[in-house]
Design a protein around this ligand. Structure first.
Ligand code: ADP
Length: 366
């Protein structure tokens, strides 16, 4: 059978274990040898005990656990050719010519680079006598499929990334918990949520929590946002509401491109309305806990599709990323998605909001 290796890389997210499990089980079911690579690219470069064959039972009881059991890492070695040469050697030694990478755009970029460099890496290993002529012809192609594990939902080409829905659950649970205490004391709470340059978590959380105000990077507040916000908050209080909830995305900015911090928002509330205002920065709580049912099912479907994509790959098949388009799990060209995602980040940092929002869009498969 074909050797398939699965690994998680970059930031972790809930549902990664479910995705790994699906790759292992579906791969074995279809007759492939499946390997785990522990600690992301670092494990691939270091080899040894980091690359182990997976069995059907080795992924039992993993589905509901958060984070990534096989570990993730940032890896400097893989950024240079020398490191990737070591990685290629470790894969060939185990008969692995298929990779499933679960990570963000950085991890997928690295995978794409590896794929395009592969034949020259194999040539170099053959010249050095590290691989035989037979191995050289047998391992001349490397096939890659990516899945996006991220709570930020900031990847172009998929409607949801693995982990986003679970993070939303964490955020909503926290807001509900805080709303109860805020109610008792008639407080205003400012909740800071993650998302980097993407306001999805903040926006969805605000809809799901009856928040009074939300700051996201894609929607610039008016220059006079402090007075608009205060007007809104006090009108809600006058109407009998005992609390106010304000959600601030970590990437939120004003019209001059300056970050809108939770402290700034709190100061406005305290100075103008003399309310008792508190800040809660949710931080890594959002990446914690188990995956939601949605993320478990999404990861199962994506993992199975990833294995199918590898089984169907032919010599010239370019790397693909498995994504969600509406309710369908589909394959899209990996590099096109990555380039688009990076173009969005660039546009956001240059404050080209319209360009960014247009580029991000929904899935561009249609
Ligand atoms: P994410 O995958 O979450 O975006 P990073 O950007 O930190 O996270 O990427 C994870 C790892 O992927 C890096 O530590 C590095 O090993 C590898 N990587 C990222 N970009 C590249 C690149 N351009 N070339 C080679 N490897 C890369």
């Amino acid at each position: 059978g074909r050797g398939i290796a699965v690994f998680t890389s970059g930031g972790d997210s809930q549902g990664m274990n479910a995705a790994v499990r699906a790759v292992v089980r579906f791969g074995i079911y279809l007759g492939a040898k499946v390997y785990f690579i522990k600690e992301g690219y670092q494990g691939m470069v270091d080899g040894g005990e980091n690359i182990v064959e997976a069995t059907w039972s080795s992924v039992s009881g993993n589905l509901h656990k958060g984070g990534t059991i096989i570990g993730s890492a940032r890896c400097k070695d893989f950024r240079v050719r020398e490191g990737r040469l070591k990685a290629a050697r470790n894969l060939i030694n185990r008969g692995i010519t298929n990779l499933v990478v679960i990570g963000g755009d950085g991890s997928l970029t690295g995978a794409n680079l590896f794929r395009h460099e592969w034949s020259s890496l194999v040539d170099e290993l053959a010249e050095k006598g590290v691989v035989t002529a037979e191995a050289k012809s047998k391992y001349s192609n490397l096939y890659i499929v990516g899945m996006v594990g991220s709570i930020d939902n900031d990847f172009c080409g998929t409607d949801m990334t693995i982990g986003t829905d679970s993070a939303l659950h964490r955020i909503i649970e926290s807001i509900d918990a805080i709303a109860a205490t805020a109610y008792s004391h008639q407080r205003t709470f400012i909740m800071e949520v993650m998302g980097r340059h993407c306001g999805f978590l903040a926006l969805a959380a605000s809809l799901a929590s009856e928040a009074d105000y939300v700051f996201i990077p894609e929607w610039l507040p008016e220059a006079d946002w402090p007075s608009r916000m205060c007007k809104k908050l006090s009108s809600e209080r006058e109407a009998g509401q005992r609390i106010n909830i304000i959600i601030v995305s970590e990437g939120a900015v004003d019209r001059d491109g300056n970050t809108i911090t939770s402290e700034m928002v709190k100061d406005v509330v305290v100075k103008n309305l003399h309310q008792d205002a508190r800040i809660t920065v949710l931080g890594h709580v959002q990446r914690g806990g188990g995956p939601s049912a949605f993320d478990r099912v999404l990861a199962c479907r994506m993992g199975a599709e990833a294995v199918l994509a590898l089984m169907e790959a032919e010599a010239e098949t370019e790397p693909c990323v498995v994504s969600l388009d509406g309710n369908q799990v589909i394959r899209l060209p990996l590099m096109e998605c990555v380039k688009r995602t990076q173009a969005v980040s660039k546009a956001m940092s240059e404050q080209n909001w319209d360009v960014a929002v247009q580029l991000r869009g929904r899935s561009f498969a249609r």
